[in-house]
Write a protein that binds this ligand. Structure first.
Ligand code: NCD
Length: 317
């Protein structure tokens, strides 16, 4: 990777992504090759917003690499509740840890934190901004199911506030994917993301309805309406409950359509989809372990090596 921090998907080249995903493949195939590889290293988990998957999978991935984790705990029990600034908090934590995973409700928080510390900062979600480590595990899931070339991807739901959408849409421009965005008018992609897509010449179309485009899709990425980001709760209620899918909705889909969701889901995907061959969202969540192992290994490694030699590799030698 060209930078020590992982703040936004715009910094990820195709080579960066493939480098991490190649390692993730190795980590999934032979986790023992990574055991203890970063023993003596400490990772700080700093979550200023709720998290289950991201916090726990970074924690578990770190432990599988021999990394000790320290957790800031809930904001209410930390010095943040006494009025400490984010800059001060991360400057203190830099002295305790070799890397920082940061989730924060404010867009730009990870960028700011990275300006104040020398250890790698991984943006685990900054408000309605970006969530690039989620994107790496999303891409790993797509790669393992379809490969990353010649893809048609539909992204549906809250495109305005969904940070996983912003990172994924940007990263997909490295792979010439055809991207279809399906949402109500009020939840279209923000201008900044449109700009990034436009700059790369990405093939992008916007739709009000899924039905028109569903049969073309290799991947349907469904997202939750981000209730906590709506300035006006009435506005949320106007769009909540739209853009739900169930097994019947998918009747016209390609047989190998992959349905993804960063989770948590509310009611966007009915439980009957779980029993179809399309459902990959739990596999996607599980992919958080090898992908975050690969990411930590990349950011904490010496940059020159491309991961441990695995049994799979030595078999071929
Ligand atoms: C997402 C997030 O926090 O942005 N969750 C996650 O990290 N898997 C998606 C969401 O909260 O809707």
């Amino acid at each position: 990777m060209r930078q020590d921090h992982l703040i936004t998907a715009t910094q990820l080249s195709r080579g960066d992504i493939e480098g991490v995903l190649d390692r993730a493949r190795k980590a999934a195939a032979d986790p023992s090759a990574y055991a203890g590889r970063h023993a003596g290293t400490v990772l700080a988990l700093c979550f200023f917003e709720p998290s289950t998957r991201t916090r726990m999978s970074f924690d578990a991935a770190a432990k599988r690499l021999g990394i000790d984790t320290i957790d800031m705990g809930d904001v209410g029990s930390s010095s943040v509740s006494k009025g400490e600034s984010l800059a001060d908090t991360v400057r203190v934590i830099e002295g305790y840890a070799d890397a920082i995973v940061l989730r924060h409700p404010s867009e730009g928080a990870a960028t700011l934190a990275a300006e104040f510390v020398d250890v790698p900062v991984i943006n685990a979600g900054d408000g309605a901004g970006q969530h690039p480590s989620q994107t790496l595990l999303d891409l790993h899931t797509i790669r393992e199911n379809h490969g990353l070339d010649d893809l048609t991807v539909g992204i549906m739901g809250d495109l305005k506030y969904g940070r996983t959408v912003h990172s994924l849409a940007t990263a997909l421009t490295n792979f010439d994917a055809r991207q279809h965005f399906i949402s109500p008018q009020s939840l279209r992609l923000p201008r900044s993301v449109r700009f990034d897509l436009h700059e790369t010449g990405a093939q992008v179309r916007e739709h009000d309805e899924l039905a028109a485009v569903l049969p073309e899709l290799d991947v349907l990425y469904v997202t939750r309406i981000q209730k906590e980001r709506f300035p006006d709760e009435n506005e949320y209620h106007r769009v909540a409950g739209e853009y739900q899918i169930d097994a019947d909705t998918l009747a016209d889909a390609a047989a190998d359509l992959t349905v993804m969701h960063p989770l948590p889901r509310v009611d966007e995907i009915a439980p009957d989809v779980d029993d179809t061959d399309h459902a990959r969202y739990f596999e996607q969540a599980h992919n958080g372990i090898p992908v975050r192992m690969a990411l930590l290994d990349t950011l904490l490694g010496d940059g020159a090596d491309d991961g441990p030699t695995t049994e799979t590799e030595t078999d071929h030698e």
